[in-house]
Design a protein around this ligand. Structure first.
Ligand code: AMP
Length: 395
C-alpha cells in the first residue's frame, strides 16, 4: 500500500486527530454492541504508548446536522475510558469545534485522550464544508483516518480535514485495505465469493467486478430468486426484482463466458408467511407452488456450498443466505458461517448481517477478517476508490 500508515509518522508530543468509527447502536443510553469501539483500540493505544496527544472524532447516528441529546457521544466516551482503563476527556460542546475546543486540544498533555462531540451535530459535516474542515484541522498537527466504515463517504471529518494536515491511515483501515486488497489483487485460488441478502440491485457492481477475479460465486438469500426466475423457473411468492431479470440473465451468461462457476441454491426452506409460527418445509428448486415463498436455503444447498467452500483458498462473504433474523429461517446463514470457520482458506466477511452471524456463531476469531464497514466493504469489492482512503498522504 502506498498510503502513509501510523508507523510512518513521528507522533511524540504531537496532537493527533483521529477519525474513528464510533457509530455504535445505543438503546436507552446503553451501547448494545461495542465492536467498533474495540476495533479502534489498537490505534489509540499505539498513540498513547508513543506519547501523542490524542483527539478523537466520530459521527453517531443521524442527528441531521443539529445537536440532539440522544446522539451525544457521552456513552461512547464512558465505554472507551473503561476499555482503555484511562480517563477520556469528553468535550460536550454542541459546536463540535470552536475556539474553546481548539484551546482544550492545545492544553492536552502527552498520552491524554480527548473525544469531541458528534460531528454530525454540524450540517457542514456531510457537505464536506471547507471552513468546518479547516476548523477541525486546527485541533491537531497530524490527521489519522481509522474509520473504515465511513471511508466510502466524503465528509468534512474524514476527507475535508485531510487537506490541511499531514495524514496517515490507522491500523484498522490499514488492515481492512491490506487484507481485502490482497484478496482482490493476488488471491490464493480457488477464490470463492458467497453473496446473499435481499437485493440483486445492491450487489450488481460487486458481481460485475468479482466476475473478473473469482473462480466461483455461491448465491443465496432473496437475490437468488431473481437469478432463478431469469432461467424461466417458478419461484412462487419469493422476493424477486422483476426489473432485474434481464440483468441477472446476462450476469449468468457473462460468468459462463469468463469461466466463473455460479452456484444457485438447489433447495429452499419455504413458508406461506415470513413469520416464526408459519408452517415451513423444504422443497427442491423445481417444486415451487404459487402460495409459497423461499426464506432460507435448504440442507442440500448447505452441503453443496460447503463442498465449494472447503475447496477454496480465499473466500469473501457478504450477505445472509435467508431471513436469518427469524430462527426457523436462519439455519442456512449459520451453516455457511460454520463452513467458513471450518475451512483453512483466507476468509473475509463483510456487511453487518454476515458479520453478526459470524459473531453469534461464536467464531469471530476463526475468520481471517471481519470488515467493520458494510457499505465501505461493498464499494471496495466493487473496485471503487474510497474517498476516505484516497485523500490520505502518499508515502
Ligand atoms: P442486505 O441488506 O441486502 O444484505 O439484505 C439483508 C436482508 O435480506 C436480511 O434482513 C434478510 O432477512 C433478507 N433476506 C435474506 N434472504 C431473504 C429471503 N429469502 N426472503 C426475504 N428476505 C430475505
Amino acid at each position: 500500500m502506498n498510503k502513509q500508515t501510523l508507523k510512518d509518522l513521528d507522533v511524540k508530543n504531537k496532537r493527533v486527530l483521529v477519525r474513528v468509527d464510533f457509530n455504535v447502536p445505543i438503546k436507552n443510553g446503553v451501547i448494545t454492541d461495542t465492536t467498533r469501539i474495540e476495533a479502534s483500540i489498537p490505534t489509540i493505544q499505539y498513540l498513547i504508548d508513543n506519547d501523542a496527544k490524542i483527539i478523537l472524532m466520530s459521527h453517531l447516528g443521524r442527528p441531521k446536522g443539529e445537536p440532539k441529546k440522544e446522539f451525544s457521544l457521552q456513552p461512547v466516551a464512558d465505554k472507551l475510558s473503561e476499555l482503555l482503563k484511562k480517563d477520556v476527556k469528553f468535550v460536550d460542546n454542541d459546536n463540535v469545534v470552536d475556539d474553546s475546543v481548539i484551546e482544550e486540544s492545545k492544553a492536552l498533555q502527552e498520552k491524554e485522550v480527548m473525544l469531541i462531540q458528534n460531528t454530525r451535530f454540524r450540517k457542514e459535516e456531510e457537505k464536506n464544508d471547507p471552513e468546518f474542515s479547516e476548523q477541525l484541522s486546527k485541533l491537531a498537527d497530524i490527521y489519522v483516518n481509522d474509520a473504515f466504515g465511513t471511508s466510502h463517504r466524503a465528509h468534512a471529518s474524514n476527507v475535508g480535514v485531510s487537506k490541511y494536515l499531514p495524514s496517515a491511515v490507522g491500523f484498522l483501515v490499514q488492515k481492512e485495505i491490506e487484507v481485502m486488497g490482497k484478496a482482490l489483487e493476488n488471491p490464493e485460488r480457488p477464490f470463492t465469493a458467497i453473496l446473499g441478502g435481499a437485493k440483486v440491485s445492491d450487489k450488481i457492481g460487486v458481481i460485475e467486478n468479482l466476475l473478473d477475479k473469482v473462480d466461483t460465486i455461491l448465491i443465496g438469500g432473496a437475490m437468488a430468486f431473481t437469478f432463478i426466475k431469469s432461467q424461466g423457473k417458478n419461484v412462487g411468492k419469493s422476493l424477486v426484482e422483476d426489473d432485474k431479470l434481464d440483468l441477472a440473465k446476462s450476469l449468468l451468461e457473462k460468468a459462463q463466458e469468463k469461466g466463473v462457476k455460479i452456484f444457485l441454491p438447489v433447495d429452499f426452506v419455504v413458508a406461506k408467511e415470513m413469520t416464526e409460527d408459519s408452517e415451513s418445509k423444504t422443497i427442491s428448486v423445481d417444486e415451487f407452488t404459487d402460495e409459497y415463498a423461499g426464506f432460507d436455503i435448504g440442507e442440500k444447498t448447505v452441503k453443496l456450498f460447503d463442498e465449494e467452500i472447503q475447496k477454496s483458498k480465499t473466500i469473501v462473504w457478504n450477505g445472509p443466505m435467508g431471513v436469518f433474523e427469524i430462527a426457523k429461517f436462519s439455519n442456512g446463514t449459520f451453516e455457511v458461517a460454520n463452513s467458513l470457520v471450518k475451512s483453512d482458506a483466507i476468509t473475509i466477511v463483510g456487511g453487518g448481517d454476515s458479520a453478526s452471524a459470524i459473531d453469534k456463531s461464536g467464531n469471530k476469531d476463526k475468520v481471517t477478517h471481519v470488515s467493520t464497514g458494510g457499505g465501505a466493504s461493498l464499494e471496495f469489492l466493487e473496485g471503487k476508490v474510497l474517498p476516505g482512503i484516497d485523500c490520505i498522504s502518499e508515502k
